[in-house]
Design a protein around this ligand. Structure first.
Ligand SMILES: Cc1cc2nc3c(=O)[nH]c(=O)nc-3n(C[C@H](O)[C@H](O)[C@H](O)COP(=O)(O)OP(=O)(O)OC[C@H]3O[C@@H](n4cnc5c(N)ncnc54)[C@H](O)[C@@H]3O)c2cc1C
Length: 279
């Protein structure tokens, strides 16, 4: 069986990792990339046509997983997303935001898989990718990108320090002390899903499995319990400081530094010390 690899670009690191995964499968490989506005179902249709009966591998990026999901739906075949290994029809794949490794079997003659990010070395082989230019035919397509208005402040994704609040903050107004600390540290404010569900902060501030994934130098979790789905979004942080009133809170198992106590006292106290230290 040959393999078709969907690559997002010749220099795209996750696509080069997907090439390494494809290389580990038996048979020839060839690569395709897609030109034009992002339109997952139209891109998938073009990939399905190009693949014929081949196995299909893609990068475990947002687009790679979305396009391959459309490919699987169009072919009515199973897809294993974010695999770390493929052995015949068996795969090991990452689940639950990186907290679980699952052994699974693909009940299909053809394998549709995406490579888990950073589970493979990026390939150095210079494979010439065929460029597909699918007709949109009314498919949903991205027409524009509008960057969120951060009011001149550093964005959540780029911030070196993220000060994040959970239910323990208590209210939308309660975030003022987190805003203050973030401003002192040139950081950004994040939050848990409970906070966005309560309408205290916009969804763009949510960190986690269904929010933004951040990897700052320092993540300060204030009044956040440490649910798996939240940790999935901040486990890339170099250091985690947890402030929580409950000494048994799960977040402490992930923390490099722990402060047990009321965030409404501790956060302003940190800001006051920072101001004092800076004269
Ligand atoms: C499919 C799915 C996807 C999800 N995606 C996400 C996601 O992307 N991001 C996310 O965050 N969650 C997500 N969740 C929700 C997640 O499971 C948790 O419910 C959520 O993260 C809990 O938010 P929290 O820590 O703010 O609240 P809680 O779990 O209620 O924790 C509040 C914490 O605040 C502490 N606290 C209370 N008062 C104070 C105080 N005065 N000072 C200090 N500490 C105090 C408490 O001790 C407690 O530990 C998802 C859930 C599902 C099922």
């Amino acid at each position: 069986m040959s393999t078709l690899v969907f690559v997002e670009g010749a220099d795209d690191e996750l696509s080069r990792q997907a090439l390494t995964l494809a290389d580990s499968l038996e048979g020839d490989i060839r690569a395709v990339t897609v030109d034009g506005p992002y339109a997952p179902s139209a891109w998938a249709k073009a990939i399905v046509e190009a693949a014929g009966g081949d196995d299909i591998v893609g990068p475990g990026s947002d687009r790679g997983n979305e396009v391959l999901a459309h490919v699987a739906a169009q072919l009515d075949l199973p897809l294993a997303a974010n695999v770390t290994e493929v052995r015949g029809d068996e795969v090991t794949r990452i689940r639950w935001g990186g907290t679980l490794l699952e052994e699974a079997r693909l009940h299909s003659e053809r394998r549709l898989v995406t490579a888990a990010p950073f589970a493979f070395e990026p390939s150095n082989s210079l494979l010439q990718a065929e460029v597909l230019s699918p007709a949109l035919d009314g498919a949903v397509a991205v027409v524009d990108h509008v960057a969120p208005d951060t009011g001149g402040k550093v964005s959540l994704v780029d911030a070196k320090v993220v000060v994040s609040g959970g239910r323990g903050v208590g209210s939308a107004e309660g975030f003022a002390i987190l805003e203050e600390l973030a401003a002192l540290l040139d950081g950004a404010v994040g939050c848990s899903r409970v906070v966005t569900s309560a309408g205290w902060r916009p969804h763009t501030d949510q960190v986690g499995q269904t929010g933004t994934k951040v990897s700052p130098d320092l993540y300060i979790a204030c009044g956040i319990s440490g649910a798996t789905q939240h940790i999935a979004g901040c486990k890339g942080a170099k250091k985690l400081l947890a402030i929580n009133a409950d000494p048994e809170a799960t977040i402490f198992a992930h923390a490099d530094y722990a402060v047990i106590g009321d965030l409404h006292e501790i956060v302003p106290a940190i800001s006051a010390e920072l101001r004092k230290a800076r004269g």
